[in-house]
Design a protein around this ligand. Structure first.
Ligand SMILES: NC(=O)c1ccc[n+]([C@@H]2O[C@H](COP(=O)([O-])OP(=O)(O)OC[C@H]3O[C@@H](n4cnc5c(N)ncnc54)[C@H](O)[C@@H]3O)[C@@H](O)[C@H]2O)c1
Length: 292
């Protein structure tokens, strides 16, 4: 018996930032025609350039063969308008900033432009999928697909079931994620899902410990790496994710879940106010100018 054909419908990716370009890359590598769109035309150019350089690096390291790189790039196109991006797409994946009103507005526009059977997915890392999709004409075809950064390396994708997501759509999404070479985990639409909610608690507690002088950031991280076999300590990870991003998630989870475990530590608030955002600003818990 031959294996069932893999789905290779058109994938539109909205937002060509860190996550959007990564999602576009893995979808193109998996054989989907991909259309990358961003409200900022310069970001589209940057996104494509980053995809090219990441694939090129893969070839240099022997992880991607040159034919696969060429095939992936031939599947990739860009669209300066939303209309051009979503027309004909089977999957529309949104990766714009983590602002509920922005995402909700974008999906309402998408719903009026996409084909009737398109599946719409948000890459939100913590917001309510149900809230984002509220008022859509076909909420059964709306769900969350939460990819991790860097997308081409991280295996996990949380498939988030909104209140109205159709079970058949959820199943298709699981197959779609597997077709991208990723491992799906199906989760309910609960703040922070199964990943961010746990990960952020560890990060916030580590910040409180650094604040109280329990140990230095290096020592706290070393304890988790050597004592618990974490691949990276929680403070180094916070630097990589961005302190502002983690502060936003902590505030949201504190508000929605009401647990003191998510109350943002004063040190985190202060560092963000001072512009110490982690790797992207050069300084966070570590001095990234000195890091390898
Ligand atoms: N960065 C991470 O580690 C990470 C991990 C998992 C999930 N996420 C989630 O993915 C989403 C995107 O995060 P990111 O880090 O890629 O952000 P980013 O800031 O790198 O990229 C967002 C992009 O969206 C574009 N944009 C803004 N408004 C738009 C619109 N109306 N239409 C089209 N494009 C628009 C911006 O120009 C920008 O290029 C967020 O919801 C975030 O929470 C991020």
């Amino acid at each position: 018996m031959s294996a069932p054909a893999r789905e290779v419908g058109i994938v539109a990716v909205l937002g060509a930032g860190t996550m959007g370009r990564g999602i576009a890359q893995v979808a193109a590598v998996a054989g989907h025609p991909v259309v990358l769109h961003d409200a900022d035309p310069q970001q589209i150019g940057r996104g494509v350039a980053r995809i090219e350089s990441t694939l090129e690096k893969g070839v240099r390291l022997g992880k991607v063969d040159a034919d696969a790189r060429d095939a992936a790039l031939s599947h990739l196109s860009t669209a300066p308008t939303l209309d051009g991006a979503v027309a004909g797409a089977e999957w529309v994946i949104e990766a714009v900033p983590e602002v509920l009103s922005l995402k909700a507005r974008l999906f309402r526009q998408v719903a009026s432009l996409a084909t009737e059977d398109a599946i719409l997915a948000t890459n939100t890392s913590s917001l309510s999928v149900t809230q984002i999709g509220k008022g859509l004409p076909a909420p059964g075809r709306f769900l969350g697909l939460h990819f991790f950064n860097p997308v081409h390396i991280m295996a996990l994708v949380e498939v988030v079931k909104g209140k109205s997501t159709d079970p058949a759509v959820l199943e298709r999404a699981v197959r779609f994620v597997r077709g991208l070479g990723k491992e799906p985990v199906v989760v309910a639409d609960s703040p922070g899902f199964a990943s961010s909610r746990l990960g952020i608690v560890l990060g916030l507690e580590a910040i409180r410990m650094a604040e109280e002088g329990v140990a230095t950031p290096e020592e706290i991280d070393k304890a988790m790496v050597l004592g618990y076999r974490h691949p990276m300590g929680p403070l180094r990870l916070t630097d990589l994710v961005g302190l502002d991003v983690r502060l936003g998630i902590a505030r949201y989870l504190h508000e929605t879940l009401g647990s003191e475990a998510f109350r943002p530590p004063a040190l985190l608030e202060r560092m963000v106010a001072e512009g110490r955002l982690g790797k992207k600003s050069g300084r966070g818990f570590y001095d990234w100018h000195k890091q390898p």
